[in-house]
Design a protein around this ligand. Structure first.
Ligand code: 16G
Length: 253
């Protein structure tokens, strides 16, 4: 854990009288830290009575919050040595409202990205690519398919298709697509994203190193230049057990 425990448990940062039952607020606070990786696996947690002192909550409330996290497998209790963050809960959270690239997202979390190429080059477009990317009939299409991992953990398969005038030489993309697009003044400024649930087919499951049929998230992103020109149509399959998409909501004014 990189932050000070007192600061982390200081209730002023997360406990609110209108935030619902107090044990749920503590549970949520811990869960967010564990899932985002802010609290790393194997981080020892203070004894209940110390958490009670730091948070100002009763020991019963602390026990209830911790008990649920133990049941969900996010915290492990070891007899005689206390409670620890288990490796199981760690997930990646991606904001739904900021247009970032995979490389930037992971860098923000201090993670290193690895990509394995599945396909990269200029191809004959499918009718769907012609329609979605608004390509002229005789055009080619740039395709980039990659397995994307962070700190060695496979997270997603990304299959991107771009008009060839946006990315004339796909081989120039070695790590970040958005970086190469930015160098040519073609970095998208806005995007629409559609997320749906999916069960991984055997091919994608094998690439992501999970069992066939497990739950995943399918995300389609169409991104645009300021002018309205389409930059990419990307279909990604994310591992459902490793990824959370998080949206900040505001009351409409
Ligand atoms: C993100 C985008 C994807 C984009 C990629 C570029 C989602 C669901 N998808 O993964 O559309 O092509 O970033 O990443 O967020 P890169 O610059 O690291 O290659």
């Amino acid at each position: 854990m990189t932050m000070q425990l007192e600061a982390f448990f200081d209730p002023r940062g997360w406990l609110s009288p209108s935030g619902g039952p107090r044990y749920l607020q503590l549970r949520r606070h811990l869960m967010r830290a564990i899932r985002s990786g802010e609290m790393e696996p194997e981080t020892p947690l203070p004894p209940e009575r110390d958490i009670a002192t730091m948070t100002g909550l009763s020991r019963v409330t602390v026990r209830k919050a911790m008990g649920e996290l133990v049941e969900e497998g996010l915290i492990t209790q070891r007899r005689g040595s206390g409670s620890f963050v288990s490796g199981k809960g760690q997930r990646v959270e991606q904001s739904l409202s900021v247009l970032t690239s995979f490389t930037e997202d992971m860098a923000l979390r201090g993670k290193t990205v690895q990509s394995k190429w599945l396909e990269r080059g200029l191809f004959l477009p499918t009718p769907k690519e012609i329609e979605l990317l608004r390509l002229p009939r005789d055009s080619s299409v740039a395709r980039l398919s990659r397995l994307r991992s962070a700190d060695g953990v496979p997270l997603a398969i990304e299959r991107a298709a771009l008009p060839p005038d946006i990315l004339p030489n796909p081989l120039l993309v070695e790590t970040s697509l958005y970086q190469v697009l930015g160098q040519n003044g073609n970095r998208p400024v806005r995007a629409e994203q559609r997320i749906s649930a999916t069960n991984l087919n055997s091919n994608d499951a094998r690439i992501l190193n999970v069992d066939p049929g497990v739950a995943g998230l399918q995300i389609e992103r169409i991104s645009y230049l300021e002018s309205g020109k389409i930059v990419e149509f990307t279909r990604s399959i994310y591992r459902g057990d490793k990824y959370d998409f998080v949206a900040q909501l505001q009351l409409s004014k």
